[in-house]
Design a protein around this ligand. Structure first.
Ligand SMILES: [Fe+2]
Length: 349
């Protein structure tokens, strides 16, 4: 068991509302609070590596992206790993989508134009915009966040954290998609009961763009500056949020800071994607490691002050996530100190 007592001082434990924006309580404890011996039930921290979460669309081009986690609020987490282009078009009619490209190069064709995304890009496809995508090479892997509440860039200073003019790129209309023949258009809804239209032509064959604004954009993780309160660090700052405030996204890459405090996040589940090194982030060193700490579960978290540097992002959500049986089977219980596998998992393997 870990012992984080330094210089004889007992560890401090925080309880916070609204992330770090609301009420707070701080106490000391005589023991290291994140330790647990075993757990039964769904509301327990998990970790998985995208290479082991094999999406259905990897081997079956007709499949949709595979759900990793669902919630009563309709916020969902999915993974995709296409090797072939989508043979159909999808329009999510109840949620905005953020596609994070973990690996590969992906060309998106949408109702408002085309955009090619590289590793590390977040691609935003708002509700009711039809799209299809394809890897430009042999393979790709992405994590998709679905949010019924509209998602928008919301750095704390309008241009401080993101250089919007330089680094946010928008879809452009090209004349390279022919009208084509009959095409399947799948309308995705929160109930999972997809509705399939057969259209006489390719719905993504466009003419020209007339409006000034384009709702489909991309931004690379490494173009989002990290905020830190020197010398101790403090909480990270979001670059993206939903209008309902139930989804917040952060760049959680390495930064000068102290280790986070041992804390209980009363209102948010925390999903972190360790994207890549060179440096390890605590117990996470495999590119595309997804970690999840459900709300109300005490955790510490690895040091973010890693000299070799690493890239990671965090999604906080008011939704209570539930991993699907397939995702649970491809994941491990996680300890909440360094975010490695829980010792009980190591005994099993
Ligand atoms: Fe936390």
């Amino acid at each position: 068991m870990s012992d984080q007592t330094k210089g004889g001082e007992p560890p401090v434990q925080l309880w916070t509302r609204d992330g770090f924006m609301g009420a707070i309580s701080v106490v000391t404890r005589s023991t290291y609070a994140p330790d647990y011996l075993s757990v039964e039930g769904q509301h327990a921290p998990r970790r998985s590596v995208l290479d082991r979460l094999i999406p259905d669309d990897r081997d079956n081009p007709d499949a949709l992206a595979t759900t990793v986690a669902t919630s009563r609020l309709g916020i969902r987490l999915l993974v995709s790993g296409r090797r072939k282009p989508m043979p159909y078009v999808v329009r999510n009619v109840e949620a905005d989508e953020i596609h994070f490209i973990q690996s590969g190069n992906v060309k998106f064709e949408t109702d408002v134009g085309c955009i090619t995304a590289d590793e590390g890009d977040f691609v935003c496809i708002p509700r009711a915009i039809a799209y299809r995508y394809a890897p430009t090479g042999d393979a790709m892997r992405s994590v998709i966040v679905e949010s019924p509440s509209a998602l928008k860039l919301s750095p704390p200073a309008p241009t401080g954290m993101v250089n919007v003019a330089r680094d946010v790129e928008y879809a452009t209309v090209g004349a390279d998609i022919p009208a084509g023949g009959p095409t399947k258009l799948i309308l995705k809804t929160l109930d999972g009961e997809n509705t399939v239209f057969t259209m006489p032509h390719d719905p993504l064959s466009l003419g020209m763009q007339l409006s000034e604004s384009v709702p489909v954009w991309k931004l690379n993780l490494n173009k989002i500056q990290v905020l830190t309160y020197l010398p101790e660090g403090g909480p990270p700052s979001q670059f993206l949020s939903s209008t309902a405030g139930d989804v917040l996204m952060f760049n959680l890459s390495s930064r000068p800071s102290n280790r986070p405090p041992i804390h209980i996040n009363a209102d948010f589940d925390e999903v972190i994607c360790y994207v890549r090194g060179p440096g390890a982030w605590g117990g996470c060193s495999e590119p595309g490691t997804l970690t999840w700490v459900p709300k109300g579960v005490i955790h510490h978290g690895p040091s973010e002050n890693v000299k070799e540097a690493y890239q990671a992002w965090l999604m906080e959500t008011r939704a209570t996530l539930r991993w699907t049986p397939a995702a649970i089977a491809a994941s491990q219980l996680m300890e909440t100190s360094e975010y490695g596998p829980h010792p009980s998992e190591l005994r099993h393997s």
